[in-house]
Design a protein around this ligand. Structure first.
Ligand code: FAD
Length: 483
């Protein structure tokens, strides 16, 4: 039996070889230049829409038997290339594995299939008096499995850490078609490895008791004051989540939405407090001690309501280069100053999430237009924030495919070695999401690592790219500023 016959027999209408469908699975939300995409086999030859763990196991057995690379995919919102095939093959769409399997209101846990979307989960937990502990700001569209496989922090990370800290147990399907339940140290290699070791078919999540949230907004005069303020918040049990944007981000957002910027200079820190424990006067006192001031309730409400739409500013690009990194709070002041110096004249916005343990996960949005001729060159700007952050104790955020050459730094030596050992033992032909743990290798020059080439090229081009003005659709009246 040929591969196509076997796939059709196993999946019927849930498998597709239609070129139109395949085209819609050959990219993610990131905007990579076409010449770069042409260097890898980014178009799959098969798409399987899985509806259950059994479907996932069948798809993987099939891939094993016919030597077909498999790329798992949630909603492809990560933008790091992890959900894009690097060697063609099969895309395994998990967005229809989206059942909530069990809620345990006594233990505050929920079991879900990987394709459950964060915002849907929050709604489903509400009648049980529970809510998500953490979620990404892409919660209206991204999946639980995708975020765990990608790794990350977001709303709630000041109180509850990363997604890893809220996952208690997973089921993982391997190429041999078996499904194993893993927890603790055994589960660790599957976090952040983008499905390169197996496809997650169930997750047990820790939840928090649901309760009203009180949003507050504070303006701090500069990065040093914002850092001091964030440091004081970590010990305050009433604070659930804290994020920060610079005045440049507020200006861009105001321009995109046609209103007055919430702040004209400095930083805006948005807080979400558990209302039952909230003490507004105490927050105002902490802010004042750092030279800051509490802003109007309307600003706080707007920030909280808009938390799921960080990319609103993109429409005035109409593209956005995004530089991302994790930095210790102590390194933030120097990083922010270096960014302002390195991206002169550019309109950039900075957004960051406070993470417990004294860290900030920072996104730098540099507006641009992906359809312009020099975009591939200007893309090198997206690496500038990370390079500057590394000088001040920062680290890359996630691997996906584009940053797989940084995997050792991201995972740490010990975890990397463990992952590499597992990969060799269980997937010696590199069929499970090839290109994410090592590679991607160029098809015609299979000893050349594309991720390493991208990092090298962007390092060389960054000084030149930094001088190029961004190609925005409209000129801004409010240039980006970090202080
Ligand atoms: C507007 C916006 C806001 C965002 N906000 C945040 C944020 O606050 N914090 C943050 O960390 N990220 C954020 N992201 C990035 C992204 O949304 C998250 O990483 C997201 O959770 C990924 O989910 P997904 O379903 O889109 O996964 P995908 O992008 O489809 O997949 C991510 C990776 O996981 C793999 N994968 C997917 N499902 C499985 C599975 N079941 N088993 C094994 N591997 C799997 C894929 O192959 C891929 O490598 C944001 C993105 C956007 C566009």
């Amino acid at each position: 039996m040929t591969y196509q016959e076997a796939a059709e027999r196993a999946f019927g209408k849930a498998v597709s070889f239609d070129p139109q469908i395949l085209r819609s699975y050959d990219h993610d939300l990131g905007e990579m230049p076409r010449p770069l995409m042409a260097l890898i086999q980014h178009r799959p030859h098969t798409v399987v829409v899985a509806r259950s763990a059994a479907d996932v196991a069948t798809a993987l057995s099939l891939a094993e038997r016919y030597d077909v690379p498999v790329t798992p995919r949630g909603q492809a919102s990560a933008g790091y290339g992890g959900a894009i095939p690097s060697r063609g093959g099969m895309v395994l769409d998990l967005s229809n594995c989206n059942r909530i399997l069990a809620v345990d209101a006594d233990k505050n846990t929920v079991d879900v299939e990987p394709g459950v979307v964060w915002e849907d989960l929050s709604r489903a937990l509400a009648p049980h008096g529970l809510d998500n502990r953490v979620c990404p700001t892409s919660a209206p569209s991204s999946t639980v499995g995708g975020w765990f496989a990608m790794g990350g922090v977001g709303i709630g990370s000041l109180r509850y850490g990363s997604i890893r800290d809220s996952v208690l147990e997973i089921d993982v399907a391997g190429l041999d078609g078996t499904i194993r339940t893993l927890a603790g140290a055994d589960m660790e290699p599957f976090h952040q490895t983008c499905g390169g070791l197996g496809v997650i078919t169930r997750l047990r999540l820790a939840c928090r008791p649901a309760g009203a949230i009180l949003p507050l907004a504070v303006r701090l005069p500069d990065a040093a004051a914002a850092t001091r303020f964030l440091e004081t918040l970590e010990t305050s049990p009433a604070v659930y989540s804290a994020s920060l944007v610079n005045a440049g981000y507020c200006a861009l957002r105001a321009e995109a939405e046609g209103h007055v910027p919430a702040i004209a200079s400095g930083f805006l820190v948005s807080l979400a407090l558990f209302e039952s424990q909230a003490d507004t006067a105490e927050i105002a006192r902490l802010a004042a001690a750092c030279g800051g001031e509490l802003l109007d309730d309307a600003v706080a409400a707007m920030e909280w309501e808009g938390r799921y739409y960080p990319m609103r500013i993109k429409k005035i690009g109409p593209s956005a280069l995004v530089g991302e990194f994790i930095v210790p709070l102590q390194g933030f002041v120097a990083t922010a100053a270096a960014l302002t110096a390195a991206l002169p004249g550019d309109c950039f916005g900075l957004e960051a999430f406070a993470v417990c343990g004294g860290k900030l996960a920072v996104l730098v949005y540099i507006l641009d237009d992906a359809k312009t001729l020099l975009y591939p060159l200007r893309m090198a700007k997206a690496m500038i924030p990370l390079r500057l952050a590394i000088r001040h104790g920062g680290a890359p955020y996630a691997t996906g495919m584009w940053f797989s050459a940084l995997a050792r730094t991201i995972y740490g030596q010990d975890k990397y070695k463990r992952i590499a050992r597992l990969k060799t033992a269980q997937d010696s032909r590199d069929l499970l999401n090839p290109g994410t743990i090592s590679g991607p290798w160029l098809p015609f020059l299979p000893f050349i690592n594309l991720s390493r080439c991208i990092l090298w090229a962007t390092a060389c081009l960054a000084p030149l790219a930094a001088r190029l003005p961004c190609a925005r659709r409209r000129a801004s009246k409010h240039p980006g500023a970090t202080s």
